[in-house]
Design a binder for this molecule. Sequence first.
Ligand SMILES: Cc1cc2nc3c(=O)[nH]c(=O)nc-3n(C[C@H](O)[C@H](O)[C@H](O)COP(=O)(O)OP(=O)(O)OC[C@H]3O[C@@H](n4cnc5c(N)ncnc54)[C@H](O)[C@@H]3O)c2cc1C
Length: 624
Amino acid sequence: MSQASITFNNLSTRLGNNRFTWITAFAFALLLRQATKGRKPKLIADARRVAREVKEGELDFDEYDVVIIGGGTAGCVLAARLSEDPSLRVLLLEAGGSGVALRETRIPVAYSLLFHTKHVYQFFTEPQDFANGKKRFWPRAKMLGGCSSINAQMAQWGSPGDFDRWGDIIGDDSWKWSNLKRYFNKFEKYVPHPDFPDVDVSVKGQEGPMKVGYFSEVSEGSKLFIKACQNVGIPFSPDFNTSKGTLGVNKVVVNATVTKILTERVGGEIRTVGVEFAKSKEGPRYRVRARKEVVLSYNAEPVLSTHLRSAFSPTILMLSGIGPSGELRKHHIPSVLDLPGVGDNLIDHPVVDLYFKNRYDDSPKHVKPSSLGDVVKFVTSTLKYFITRSGSMATNFGESAAFVRSDDRALFPESAYPEKLHDTTSSAIGPDLEIFTTPMAYKVQIYLLEHGDFTFPMHTFAIHVVLLRPRSKGTLRLKSASPWDAPAMNPTYLERPEDVHKLVRGVRLITKIARQEPLVQRLDHSDKDPLLDSDTYLKSDKELEELVRERLETLYHPTSTCRMAPLEDGGVVDSRLRVYGVKGLRVCDASIFPEIVSGHTAAAVLATAEHLADIIKADLKEGH
Ligand SMILES: Cc1cc2nc3c(=O)[nH]c(=O)nc-3n(C[C@H](O)[C@H](O)[C@H](O)COP(=O)(O)OP(=O)(O)OC[C@H]3O[C@@H](n4cnc5c(N)ncnc54)[C@H](O)[C@@H]3O)c2cc1C
């Protein structure tokens, strides 16, 4: 049950363990700097090399066949696949810079160190009325690779039933698991691991560009968690990701924030002609023409610009005059097309974290050094990671996980949990709760500190519960007509009471697992520090409901604001991911998910991009 981890960035060969001795702190720091220096990929940072500055009335733009907005998880896959055809001119516009040039994206455990830097948009939701009124922090990457460059590398495909529902919703079997699973295999190169011999390698992708496997360092606590889960009645699964449950690369431009999609009306038809982009709010505007396609490839998740501002796929659509006409009128944006579903259905995975004291002083607490000893550990373990790919920096953080159903009577007996909760799972084998572990606590709102800011004064071990199929849904709306302003993001967490009740069941299960052999031996429940959950098992349901409302945070998975669904059901794109009513414009990112998947979202984004690449190639061949 230990998680397979995706190597979204680079995975090198493992070398043996090394020991180092150091002469001076200076030599030490210098060596670290050299050893971990980021790579300088060949990217275009000067917009004049791909486009012309917009001059009043000028219509002679540089032309590309396909222009992709956003070099994130989906955008990179799509650009790479379309570029396999050397006859296609593909332009990828990315608001941020290189991801691999940053050493924090290449150390598995270090991603949260980027949360409060210029490489990440530090967004906040609107105040959450049903979760004690607080705004929630929503960090999103602004760099090539997108959120894959700052994520926890937990590789989960989701439940097969999730995709069967996608196919049913849009009325196209190609989105069902029986077909879509080949796109999961297409991006995957599974790397077998001797500790996990029960994984059926024959159902794994062998030739994809992304290595998937059990690479990370797993803490002792997470290993014991797996045994404790079995002891409370959760069956072991060796693998979650099964049916059972450049010739053509043209240009990658960085520091290019798209401000608008350019359309024209020819007869009764609205056509996309190109995009406008800029390096900064005050800087010159550039335009390129798209001969065939423009693909929006940045998520329902906040996207980007400079100065901590944002747009989203739905935001850029609305800024370009495509969206609910009332919203457009409010901000005096000339309407190109009234498309009511744009920005609706915002859904996210809420998570509640519980913290326990680690009896042993072996958590990777030094990732965020708070003492000289931590600094020394940080430097040695970072260097060790870059040389041996092992050690405490090699944990991907989300080390092990269990998927359960909140109506599983073996775990939640009727006598203790009489309430029948609405079933939101996608099938009889689909889960609605995930319990996962991290080798230390990292996310707690204290004073004004946010995710990754606060260092616990003791060694900790954390267990988290995620609501995988929430009923509460919210909206994304514009706050102004400026592409440099953040939109209003309101996931309306916990609006539906059953969402709270399911999370309470999850919290109860965590307290049980934490007191279960053999995990209980690693945790010190006698420490009554108020930061810890040593006595949370004693709380009443009412107290746990309050804990859930107070502690709820994002698992960073917002989706579905440009849903693939019939137009009359609030859909924004059809089954070929074409925006209804606009020719030559598609969306490809987590915003098209008809429903959120019951697993982490990156793999489903990758499979979506792989599928769309084939769709576009087929459409171009047929001359659509
Ligand atoms: C901290 C964190 C941890 C996570 N952990 C996991 C995990 O362990 N496992 C998992 O499966 N998923 C995880 N996720 C979620 C997963 O990474 C995302 O769902 C996925 O990467 C989203 O892909 P995307 O292509 O839709 O968007 P992104 O990858 O976010 O890409 C969007 C891109 O668009 C660019 N962009 C935005 N606006 C513009 C514009 N106007 N002009 C030009 N470019 C623009 C951005 O700079 C960015 O590069 C995590 C996410 C976060 C933030």
